[in-house]
Every structure is written in C-alpha cells, then in structure tokens.
Design a protein around this ligand. Structure first.
Ligand code: SF4
Ligand code: SF4
Length: 75
C-alpha cells in the first residue's frame, strides 16, 4: 500500500488514437510516432486508463527504475 502508481502503455496495443491525451487532467500525454508517451510526471490518478478503447493503458507501481534511477558518472 502507498506505492506510487504511474500509467504505462503497451506499444503493441496503442493505436495513437489521442483519446487518452484529452482524458489526462494534467495534460502530460502526447502522441509520438503513433504511440502515447508521457511528457511530465504522472500522478497515477488512473483517469486515462478507462478511456483507452484498446485497453493499452494500465497503472503499475513505480519502482526504482520507473522512478528514474540515474547512472553515476564515472569521473
Ligand atoms: S487511448 Fe489508448 S490507444 Fe489511444 S493513444 Fe491512448 S493509449 Fe494509445
Ligand atoms: S494516470 Fe492520470 S496523471 Fe497519469 S497519465 Fe493517466 S490521466 Fe494523466
């Protein structure tokens, strides 16, 4: 419980239809090369999930990787 959630897109299912773009209250979804991508920090509200007609979107727990682990510079 209490895990941060973020929306992810299945590239196999996404058709770039723009429906989710309009559904996001934060307006952080854009279409790039017919694929929905995030342009900002998703708060995991889930609004976009139910709108996708192709069931391409889902919420996942934001782990260390999704949270943006950063490689340490070597020098
Ligand atoms: S609503 Fe679904 S299929 Fe349409 S662009 Fe968004 S993720 Fe892709
Ligand atoms: S879960 Fe909410 S904030 Fe994240 S992309 Fe979907 S609508 Fe936007």
């Amino acid at each position: 419980m209490g895990q941060k959630l973020v929306a992810v897109v299945d590239p196999e299912l996404c058709r770039g239809c723009h429906v989710c773009v309009r559904s996001c209250p934060l307006r952080i979804i854009a279409i790039k090369d017919r694929l929905a991508v995030l342009t900002g920090a998703c708060v995991g509200c889930g609004k976009c999930i139910g709108y996708c007609p192709f069931k391409a979107r889902r919420l996942v727990e934001a782990g260390p990787v999704a949270g943006g682990s950063v490689e340490q510079p070597s020098d």
